[in-house]
Design a protein around this ligand. Structure first.
Ligand SMILES: Nc1ncnc2c1ncn2[C@@H]1O[C@H](COP(=O)(O)OP(=O)(O)OP(=O)(O)O)[C@@H](O)[C@H]1O
Ligand SMILES: [Mg+2]
Length: 361
């Protein structure tokens, strides 16, 4: 049965959901809405195989709750009143669980799939009861996810979460640096004191790790992320061109570095640089207040989508940008899972083969 256990790292951010598994990885905006019949839209979509519209019916087999949802880009495009999944208590939020189940369905190796899920909670919520509640809610839960549109139309995935572990967000980015794909320690320089700065959409998680151990005293959340820079741009666009843009639209403008005004594109690189510099300055000040001895840190790992945007503005000499930084947490969680599932497999082999000595203690 363990051969069948699929290990998946899931990082549900305030802005984007990221999923990492052996064969596949995905990201989609952490936005959800109730679904409706897409009679017209569906006709064209069956020809397009590049995009998977997350038009899903999710049944939580444990609680009996059933719903039809649009998730990610589809919710942004076609959903009525799409909302970000910003609830604090993910265990008690049906939409948040539906989103998790859908992300597992996307990467499932088989139509019926058992999972080992490693996921994160913001550093701000980690020390609370929420972590236990979330782990408890996930363990043993069962979902059926049916795709209602796109080339996966009518396909169903039966998802069962056999084991679950919840780690602090940001710590995933640390494990990603330290471990290889089998979950073994590969880069020993990360056993030295290491700081992680995981810059997200709404928040930045700061984690201090020494010899694989996160240190509470020096780990903290900041209520400051890329959305602050987007708000600066939003105001500037409004003041200069008298246009109103939503945060999702601003995010797109930020990534393209230009905005369409009537029929022309205007380059807004200087505004972006100013906003990034201002955000970096604010983050730096907050971090300096809590990390008294930054010089003692051997490594400073910069992660998160915001890490990609702000890396060049951060002037720590020990800074390292995670590869594919927006996925760093999800990939690190997955590696942590490989470490542990590897252990589970060894243990079962040991119990069926008495000649082997269990060295794990
Ligand atoms: N080059 C880039 N690649 C990826 N993301 C980028 C890049 N530049 C800027 N970003 C932005 O980084 C932001 C943060 O992405 P990320 O997925 O890390 O946030 P999150 O984990 O959802 O948020 P939080 O950590 O606050 O919960 C996104 O808004 C994204 O637009
Ligand atoms: Mg994040």
């Amino acid at each position: 049965m363990l051969e069948n256990l699929q290990t998946v790292g899931v990082d549900m951010g305030y802005g984007w959901a990221k999923i990492w598994s052996d064969q596949q990885y995905h990201k989609f905006p952490a936005v959800i809405s109730w679904g409706n019949d897409r009679n017209l839209a569906r006709v064209v979509e069956t020809f397009k195989t590049s995009e998977i519209p997350l038009d899903v019916e999710v049944v939580n087999e444990t609680t009996g709750v059933k719903g039809h949802f649009f998730i990610g880009d589809l919710a942004v495009r076609e959903g009525e009143q799409p909302t970000y999944m910003w609830s604090k208590n993910k265990a008690a939020d049906d939409m948040s669980l539906a989103c998790l189940a859908t992300s597992l369905a996307l990467v499932a190796n088989n139509e019926q799939q058992d999972f080992y899920v490693i996921t994160g909670l913001p550093v701000a919520h980690f020390g609370t009861q929420l972590k236990q509640e979330y782990e408890k809610a996930l363990k043993g839960s069962k979902f059926t996810v049916k795709f209602l549109s796109g080339y996966l139309e009518k396909q169903t995935r039966e998802i069962r979460i056999l084991a679950a572990k919840v780690l602090p967000q940001g710590y995933g980015a640390y494990l990603d640096q330290l471990l290889n794909a089998n979950g073994n320690v590969a880069r020993t320089e990360y056993l030295a004191p290491t700081g992680i700065i995981d810059i997200g959409f709404k928040t930045t998680d700061i984690v201090y790790v020494n010899d694989m151990q996160p240190i509470d005293r020096s780990s903290f959340p900041l209520e400051l992320g890329m959305s602050w820079a987007y708000e600066q741009l939003q105001r500037q666009l409004n003041a200069t061109y008298d246009i109103q843009k939503s945060l999702e639209e601003i995010e797109e403008i930020f990534l393209n570095k230009k905005v369409r005004i009537h029929r022309e594109y205007r380059d807004i690189t200087p505004w972006i640089e100013t906003a990034c510099r201002a955000l970096t300055g604010r983050l730096r000040n907050e971090i300096a207040r809590k990390w008294a001895n930054i010089t003692d840190l051997e490594n400073i790992v910069i992660a998160g989508g915001g890490g990609v945007a702000l890396f060049e503005y951060l002037d720590y000499p020990q800074k390292i940008l995670s590869t594919d930084a927006q996925f760093a947490n999800a990939r690190g969680f997955w590696k942590a899972g490989k470490r542990i599932t590897g252990g589970i497999k060894d243990d079962t082999e040991n119990s069926t083969n008495n000649s082997k000595v269990d060295q794990t203690g």
